[in-house]
Design a protein around this ligand. Structure first.
Ligand code: HEM
Length: 398
């Protein structure tokens, strides 16, 4: 089949359980694979790396002033270019660890272990569980609420808001999106309003959490406006939520499919950090990101015109045989594992230290219970979203 329909095939829900053969086709057809709609897809490691580090590649949506788009407000800094991006990133990344160690995140290890322990405890005596709903889903939302300083009694509100926002981003090709868009926007407004209000209560009266830090920032050049505070704190909730859920769920799925690797990890849990790294390469939560060239750009002899939508297939790059030995093998002892799981370049995920701690803690706590576990359904049902890919449910028999 023609390579100009590759992106449509990758996005086709029928291929969600296993897009990897299509990524192999993409790399064969590449590095620059033009699509029928004029966009370009890149699936090879070295070209993706170069483009992620190229200042001529913009992360800003093309239609920022387009009033028909979801936002007439400024997008969150994940979709802004420098210098604006740099200012917001610098201010909000401090609690997340290096180079600002020992950030708040590192100090949360014990608390994360405690939250995980409570979730495991609630699963006792259950014969069958859904790894997503019963375990992976509640963890990141509770953790980010504690980091921000949301009072416990209000955590359920955030569960509700993120449910709606995540569902509004996970829409099938033929669905009418109007209602879900509306619900998503309303949830964002409510959540932003709540967070700004909570931060205001801590102005001049810090309570040792991230919201207190943000509202009491001493440097006027860095200090956030009210809109920025809302948009940025929502970004932290959403960017770190489904991604972490998918990493934990993909971890359980991958290990239950490979009893010998599961056994090895159960015998040697010290391997867990490297196993998590390998998961980020082998079954990453983020499959694709879009960039737009601000000028004509040459990639391996092909010119990509200014303004083209360029899809960087990170998950394909992380399986490129030109970069990784036996890329389709899950190998938790893999050396030199510089994957694109957290992206690369100026937008490199700064939630990575937190995500790593959560995934290591969650999988480590589940390992002792997985010895005789088996998958109820393989492949499991997936979410619609092809860019943020992961199972919607993962029923397992314990
Ligand atoms: C397994 C979990 C996670 C994965 C796989 C992941 C992946 C990514 C990726 C690939 C990017 C780069 C996007 C791009 O280049 O366009 C990114 C950016 C980002 N992530 Fe994560 N992420 C995870 C968890 C988190 C967590 C827990 C947080 C915070 C609570 C977080 C906050 C962010 C932020 C703020 C950005 C934007 C950085 C910037 O634009 O400078 N992420 N993430």
């Amino acid at each position: 089949m023609a390579s100009e329909t590759l992106l449509a095939r990758i996005s086709d829900y029928a291929n969600r359980p296993d897009p990897y053969p299509l990524y192999a086709e993409l790399r064969e057809a590449g590095p620059v694979v033009r699509q029928a709609d004029g966009s370009c897809v890149i699936g090879t490691y070295h070209e993706i790396a170069a483009l992620l580090h190229d200042p001529r590649m913009s992360a800003e949506p093309r239609s920022r002033t387009d009033s028909s788009s979801e936002e007439t407000r400024r997008p969150p800094f994940l979709r802004l270019d420098d210098p604006e991006h740099h200012r917001l990133r610098t201010l909000t990344m401090r609690p997340f660890g290096p180079p600002h160690t020992p950030g708040r995140v590192d100090a949360m290890r014990g608390e994360i272990a405690h939250i995980t322990g409570e979730l495991i405890e609630a699963l006792r005596d259950r014969e069958q569980i859904d790894v997503v709903d019963d375990f992976a889903y509640p963890l990141p939302i509770t953790v980010i609420c504690r980091l921000m300083g949301v009072p416990r009694e209000d955590e359920a509100l955030f569960q509700g808001w993120t449910d709606v926002i995540v569902a509004s981003a996970d829409i099938g090709p033929d669905e009418d999106t109007t209602e879900r868009d509306k619900a998503g926007l309303q949830a964002r407004q409510e959540m932003g309003g709540y967070l700004v209000n909570l931060a205001e209560q801590r102005r001049g009266r810090p309570t040792g959490d991230m919201l207190s830090d943000l509202i009491n920032e001493p440097d006027p050049a860095l200090r956030l406006t009210v809109d920025e505070l809302a948009e940025t704190t929502i970004l932290l909730f959403i960017a770190g939520h489904e991604t972490t859920v998918n990493l934990i769920t993909n971890g359980v799925l991958t290990l239950l499919r490979r009893p010998e690797e599961l056994d090895r990890l159960r015998r040697d849990p010290g391997l867990l950090p490297r196993a998590v790294e390998e998961l980020l390469r082998y079954e990453p939560p983020v499959h694709m990101r879009e960039r737009i060239p601000l000028a004509d750009i040459d990639v391996a002899g092909t010119t990509i015109p200014e303004g083209t939508s360029v899809i960087l297939a990170l998950a394909s790059g992380s399986r490129d045989p030109k970069r990784f030995h036996e890329p389709d093998r899950f190998d938790p002892t893999r050396p030199d594992n510089e994957h694109f799981g957290f992206g690369s370049g100026i937008h490199l995920c700064y939630g990575a230290p937190l995500a790593r701690i959560e995934a290591e803690t969650a999988l480590g706590a589940l390992l002792p219970h997985l010895g005789t576990a088996r998958l109820v359904q393989d492949p499991p049902p997936y979410r619609q979203n092809a860019m943020l890919r992961g199972p919607r449910h993962l029923p397992i028999h314990l």
